[in-house]
Every structure is written in structure tokens, then in C-alpha cells.
Write a protein that binds this ligand. Structure first.
Ligand code: SAH
Length: 347
């Protein structure tokens, strides 16, 4: 039964080399297998044609390659593509290809479900089932790269960890995946084209800084007033704004890279002058930019509604007045439930 075998992609290059020396073969076979797995994206041992047949059979006997399978692919009328991805144990996550004129961005998931409880997010209604393995994250990226080549005649250019799950609650595997995505013997993408988005886990933001990561950091802020934030993102009662600010200062001191704040403006929740002032003040902690994101309604009994355009303009004016870069992000893929906050395995 292949399901009972260890997934070979859980092994490091050194462990692969060791497997071969212990089997009486040569260590460089480990490098060859590593290249097949991470550089060429092999789905089976049969394709590893530079290995002698008995070696391939040995691998087959000991290991599995639990590759993901794109179960359902949906296309939006704006070009966005959503993949429902089946994992080897039958669980499903979603990832999204977002095309613009010049870029293709992959929005990938890091967990099945989510450990956090943001009231406005559809993924939060699924309970967290498990963390994704590094290879399951890399497979999502590869699948989207392939789709980008097929449908847009260009490779994937950017990756955002803004799909299902909280990446910093699956820290180790997310970093291992990014290592495979960026390293020369993996996909060789620049870390500058990768953004990890977090709801704001202070301890792990500090750890990112200590680990000297080279990718970008985005924080889903949504309010710079502690009580308001905690009322819409209940975990923020524990991960308080003050600690978040301190962690971001630490991040900036160590990385010298500015932070992006993601922010939705809702009617009667955070659209008043005090909310704007709090955000502008919060932005003084570290160099940053603000991404105002459009709210994508999910079934919520009417608690959350996008604020009026005039209120959003007040935000823009106040931020621009303080020379804080601000962009307004239009939603993509709404018609297929592929937009921010809509990933919930509905199909
Ligand atoms: N847990 C991480 C990664 C998910 S990113 C994080 O929170 O950053 C998903 C982004 O979509 C977050 O910025 C989240 O706040 C936002 N989002 C969630 N629900 C949304 C909705 N209904 N409409 C628009 N954006 C939403």
C-alpha cells in the first residue's frame, strides 16, 4: 500500500544521500533524486531515467511520492483561475492564479482550514484539519506555474501566501517550501517575488526576522484599535496590537524591509475618524504601505458591509497626507469564490 510508505519528499538532500550509502549505493544518487523531486517536479520514480532500474525499484519499495492532484479547476470571467487541490489523504485546499497584464501571481494555501477565527473570512469557518507539508505547498506553486504557461504563455512571476490558513502557524513547513521554491536546485524563484501574509503572530514575526528571511511580509491589520481588532479577529485578544507593533519594529530593524498592511474598511466597524487616526499612527512604527482591500461578502448575517466610497477616500487622503503609500486592491475571481476570504471548499 503506497499510502503507508514514507513520502520521499520529507527527506532532506543529506538524508537521501544517507539512504543510498546505507543501501550500499553511492551518495550522489541522493543528489540525482533530489533534483528529480525538487527541480524537475517528478510525480513518479519511473521518470527518473538516469537511475538504474533496480535503484528505481528500491525507491518504489521504500517510498511514495504523495503528489497533489488538481481536482477541479474553475475559471473566472476576469481570467482568475481557482484550483481545488486534492491531497494524498483526500483533504482539499484551494489555490488561485491571478493574472494581470504583466504578471501571474499564485495565491497558495498553507493549512487545510485555518487555526484562526477572523469573523469576516470564509476559511475561518472550516476548522483547521492539518498543516500542509512543504511539498504540498510547492506542488500548488508548480501547478499554477504550469497553468500560467498553458493559458498565458508565461511562467509564474509572484507568490503570495494568502490562501487558506495562517502561514506563521505552520512556520517550519512554509519556510521549507520557500526554500525549495527559491533555491537553485528547486524552482529558483527570487524571494523578492514572494509575500507571506499573516494575521499577526508577534512571536513568529520576530522569528522570521531572526531567521533573516528574504521575502516580504504582509500583515492583515484591519484595525489599529485593540478593542475593534479583537472584536473582528478574536485571536487578537491574545496577540495584542502592542506586541504586534513591537514585533514589526524588531522585523524592520533586522531586515530593513517595509511591511504591507492589508486593511478592509467596513461600514460602522472601522470607518470613523478615530479609526483612520489610529491607522495613521500605527503606520509610524515602521516604514510601510497600506493595501486597502475590497470586502468580499461571505454569508455573515449582515454584520460586515463594505464602507462607502467616501469613507475609503478619507482613509486614502489621510494616509497620503502623511506620505504613506496606499493602494486600493480590487477583488479578482469573485464569481468563482476565489477572492480574498472566499476560499472555503464550496464546490
Ligand atoms: N492568515 C493569513 C493569510 C490569509 S490572507 C492572513 O490573515 O493574513 C487572506 C487575506 O484576505 C487576509 O488579508 C484576510 O484578512 C483577507 N480577507 C479575509 N476575509 C476577507 C473577505 N471576506 N473579504 C476580503 N478580504 C478578506
Amino acid at each position: 500500500m503506497s499510502a503507508a510508505k514514507i513520502d520521499i519528499r520529507a527527506l532532506s538532500k543529506d538524508e537521501l544521500r544517507e539512504f543510498f550509502t546505507k543501501s550500499g549505493d553511492q551518495a550522489f544518487r541522493g543528489n540525482q533524486v533530489y533534483e528529480w523531486l525538487w527541480h524537475k517536479g517528478a510525480h513518479s520514480f519511473d521518470v527518473m531515467t538516469n537511475l538504474p532500474l533496480p535503484t528505481r525499484e528500491l525507491l518504489q519499495e521504500h517510498f511514495a511520492i504523495n503528489h497533489i492532484a488538481v481536482d477541479v479547476m474553475q475559471k473566472s470571467n476576469d481570467g482568475t483561475i481557482k484550483n481545488a487541490v486534492r491531497l494524498h489523504d483526500g483533504l482539499i485546499v484551494e489555490s488561485v492564479l491571478i493574472p494581470t497584464k504583466t504578471r501571474t501571481t499564485a495565491c497558495v494555501s498553507s493549512q487545510v482550514g485555518c487555526s484562526l477565527d477572523c469573523s469576516f473570512c470564509a476559511t475561518a469557518q472550516l476548522k483547521r484539519m492539518r498543516n500542509l507539508n512543504p511539498d504540498e505547498i510547492v506542488d500548488q506553486v508548480r501547478a499554477i506555474d504550469q497553468e500560467s504557461k498553458t493559458y498565458f504563455s508565461r511562467p509564474l512571476s509572484n507568490i503570495v501566501f494568502m490562501g487558506m490558513g495562517e502561514p506563521l502557524m505552520n512556520y517550519k513547513n512554509v519556510l521549507l517550501a520557500i526554500d525549495k521554491i527559491t533555491s537553485a536546485d528547486g524552482l529558483g524563484m527570487s524571494p523578492k517575488r514572494i509575500t507571506v501574509s499573516t494575521s499577526g503572530v508577534p512571536k513568529m514575526i520576530k522569528k522570521l526576522a531572526d531567521d533573516q528571511v528574504k521575502f516580504h511580509l504582509a500583515v492583515s491589520l484591519h484595525s489599529a484599535i485593540q478593542e475593534t481588532r479583537a472584536s473582528i479577529m478574536p485571536f487578537a485578544k491574545t496577540f495584542i496590537l502592542e506586541d504586534l507593533a513591537e514585533a514589526l519594529i524588531y522585523w524592520y530593524e533586522k531586515t530593513k524591509r517595509r511591511v504591507t498592511y492589508e486593511y478592509i474598511v467596513w461600514k460602522d466597524i472601522n470607518d470613523g475618524p478615530q479609526d483612520i487616526k489610529a491607522l495613521v499612527d500605527f503606520c509610524s512604527h515602521v516604514p510601510c504601505k497600506v493595501n486597502l482591500i475590497e470586502y468580499n461578502p461571505i454569508d455573515q448575517g449582515g454584520r460586515f458591509n463594505q464602507a462607502d466610497a467616501a469613507q475609503i477616500q478619507y482613509y486614502i487622503d489621510a494616509l497620503e497626507h502623511r506620505r504613506i503609500p496606499v493602494t486600493v486592491r480590487r477583488s479578482r475571481g469573485k464569481d468563482i469564490d476565489a477572492a480574498c476570504g472566499q476560499l472555503a471548499n464550496k464546490h
